[in-house]
Design a protein around this ligand. Structure first.
Ligand code: SF4
Ligand code: SF4
Length: 381
């Protein structure tokens, strides 16, 4: 049996290195992209998966991408009815691995006849934030207070667990550490999703101060902390890491565990008050297309449709949300069909521009009218 890695980026190369260190030989890297690099790791061949010759040999395909980006590989393998496929768990880079038997725990065999595989989902457990960045994509700088209750989260996760094998679930906001019931929220998420990678995304500023119940709950429920490195976070980083290390909590910074983290200085947006008819095209390239977002019994392709009321209410904008912008959990009858729907563009994508607008990161000042000028300057008079 030959082993082929599905993925051609840094993540794939590091996975290959790890597997080969346990004497699992890698024969090639494959991808379903048109532009492939010439070399990924150790001069192994890099091949378009359509050109892989399956006639002469049996292959194990090992999907080595971060969970958020695994969707198209899973879809590809399902459409080809491929059987010997494995998904790499991201935790392979966090945990110390005892031996080859232990290593196999990080290779998840794919069974397409079982529940649908949903690679990634995120939710705001709270909308507000202690940093109030200007142009926050989740509108945390202008939102009304919102805190999900453990009961409501449990209801949604119960349905999700019925239809999907969810690989990665991210708790975010706003700043999730300001949720007064964070410990309960985390317990509920772990109880409903026992095998899912749970990640809490935070600006980190409160980590040195949060109470011990919260810290215990994060560690005991195997939650990985993803720290976004803003200027204020950087100042506190030694204290933040000291606490996480002392408490034995896994973390990574700016979603990357391979390179030295840099302070976030730029934000960007595609959102505009002007509708265009380019949504289908734009959504093929925007980063938001990977951010499947759960809120109050609905899942949308990205966070905008389910959070845009914050902008509409404050600025009298008229972003229209249609029933086709999200799926309703209670109406799902087939998990794979629901995923297909989420993969397509949605009517809301017509509000996004093809070109991203970049702006300097800064905390919002008190002049509310200026908070979202990056979007509102295109507002029709
Ligand atoms: S820290 Fe994150 S959630 Fe908070 S306002 Fe800034 S971008 Fe939004
Ligand atoms: S609405 Fe569509 S185009 Fe805009 S960020 Fe979301 S997925 Fe991308």
């Amino acid at each position: 049996m030959r082993n082929v890695i599905f993925g051609t980026g840094k993540f794939a190369s590091e996975v290959a290195k790890k597997l080969e260190s346990y004497n699992i030989n890698i024969d090639a890297f494959v991808n379903n992209k048109t532009n492939l690099p010439t070399d990924v790791y150790n001069n192994k061949p890099v091949i378009n998966i359509d050109n892989l010759d399956f006639t002469n040999s049996d292959f194990n395909i090992i999907v080595a991408k971060k969970p958020m980006f695994m969707g198209s590989a899973i879809e590809y393998l399902k459409n080809k009815n491929f059987r010997n496929a494995f998904l790499i768990k991201e935790e392979i880079f966090f945990n110390s691995i005892r031996d080859i038997e232990d290593l196999k725990n990080y290779l998840l065999p794919v069974d397409f006849s079982d529940k649908a595989i949903l690679n990634y989902l995120e939710t705001n457990i709270v909308d507000n934030c202690n940093l109030n960045c200007k142009g926050c994509a989740h509108f945390s700088n202008i939102c009304k207070p919102y805190f999900v209750t453990p009961e409501d989260l449990a209801k949604d996760l119960y349905i999700i667990n019925n239809y999907f094998h969810l690989l990665c679930f991210r708790l975010l906001g706003g700043e999730p550490l300001i949720h007064p019931k964070l410990d309960e929220i985390v317990k509920v998420a772990r109880a409903m999703l026992p095998k899912t990678e749970l990640v809490l995304v935070t600006n980190g500023v409160l980590i040195p101060k949060i109470n011990q119940e919260m810290i215990d709950s994060l560690r005991d429920n195997n939650v990985i902390i993803s720290i976004s490195l803003y200027k204020l976070t950087e100042k506190l980083l030694p204290k933040i890491l000291e606490r996480l290390n002392k408490e034995n909590i896994k973390y990574f910074i700016n979603d990357d565990y391979f390179k030295k983290p840099e302070v976030i200085t730029q934000f960007h947006t595609r959102l505009s008050t002007e509708k265009n008819n380019e949504g289908a095209q734009v959504s093929q390239n925007c980063g938001g297309r990977f951010c499947r977002f759960l809120r109050n019994g609905k899942i949308s392709k990205c966070y905008y449709p389910l959070l845009i009321d914050n902008l509409n209410d404050l600025f009298n904008t008229y972003f229209i949300i249609s029933d086709d912008d999200f799926i309703v959990l209670s109406e799902i009858t087939n998990g794979w069909e629901a995923i297909e729907q989420l993969n397509n563009s949605i009517p809301f994508c017509d509000y996004c521009r093809s070109k991203e607008q970049n702006f300097e990161w800064e905390r919002a000042n008190k002049d509310v009218a200026k908070l979202d000028d990056y979007v509102l300057k295109l507002k029709k008079k």
